[in-house]
Design a protein around this ligand. Structure first.
Ligand code: NAI
Length: 247
């Protein structure tokens, strides 16, 4: 018996990295999965891994920053599975640069994907969850949304926004038995962080008390906890998964 038997989960940005690890973790706990990402083809490996675990999966091309694309994805998911119990807003991007040099479009795009995408999916899925009178929504924030970071004004603002959105949605939806929580990862080994220089990586490692970078699975374990009834009395919370980088 898995913790999520009989449940259906939707994970955005599930083609690789943390999103893929989350999708596989939830499937391993018994959930059927709707996985989406910018390009359908990118999802093939995630979908294969899920079906190999004996779970049903639907893979869809979605741009989380576009309202019609989000609505189409949620409609198709509900048509295929009849319900959505878990939503993980994971899709996210960086467009780093110092404030005085940051292009307006780099600010807008990061806010559109990270923050507006989370709003659009939460809105579309909340309607179905309200009818069911149950649901768990988990948003990927970042410790950068708590402490800020030079060169990441756009990203930090988007993730601070995700935290505020999480708390507001948690207050609005609690009466319908829908819990909304966030995870704030520190430095996790994925494509997003692979592009950083060796010098910067070493400097960051010195700031992590547990003395290692995180793995996508470290984040996926906490998302599973927030998606399951083990966290039934938690809503509006932000859990740091940063090896102690932020306390
Ligand atoms: P990643 O870059 O490896 O994967 C992100 C996925 O999102 C990709 O598959 C990408 O195609 C997809 N995506 C991007 N824009 C999209 C859009 N408009 N519509 C649909 N899908 C889109 O990133 P990673 O590292 O796995 O990050 C996942 C989440 O975790 C992000 O929200 C990120 O901000 C957050 N995070 C990551 C940390 C890290 O150290 N890697 C630290 C803190 C937070």
């Amino acid at each position: 018996m898995g913790q999520l038997d009989g449940k259906t989960a939707l994970v955005t940005g599930a083609a690789r990295g943390i999103g893929r690890a989350i999708a596989e973790k939830l499937a391993g706990a018994g959930a059927d999965l709707v996985v989406c990402d910018l390009e359908h083809a990118w999802l093939a490996e995630t979908a294969q891994a899920i079906t190999a675990m004996g779970r049903k999966t639907l893979a869809l091309a979605t741009d989380v920053s576009q309202g019609p694309s989000v609505q189409r994805t949620v409609d198709e998911a509900l048509q295929a599975f009849g319900r959505l119990d878990i939503l993980v807003n994971n899709a996210g991007i960086t467009r780093d640069g110092l404030l005085v040099r940051m292009a307006e479009e780099d600010f807008d795009r990061v806010l559109a994907v990270n923050l507006k995408g989370t709003f659009l999916f939460t809105k579309a899925v909340a309607r179905a969850m309200m009818k069911q009178k149950s649901g768990a929504i988990i948003n990927l924030a970042s410790i950068i949304g708590l402490i800020g970071n030079a060169g990441q004004c756009n990203y930090a603002a988007s993730k601070a926004g995700v935290i505020a959105l999480t708390k507001s949605a948690a207050r609005e939806l609690a009466g319908r038995n829908i819990r909304v929580n966030a995870v704030a990862p520190g430095f996790i080994e994925t494509k997003m962080t692979a592009e950083l220089s060796e010098t910067l990586r070493n400097k960051m490692l010195e700031t992590i008390p547990l003395a290692r970078f995180g793995l996508p699975e470290d984040v996926a374990n906490i998302v599973l906890f927030l998606a399951s009834d083990a966290s039934a009395y938690m809503t509006g919370q932000v859990l740091n998964v940063s090896g102690g980088m932020v306390m």
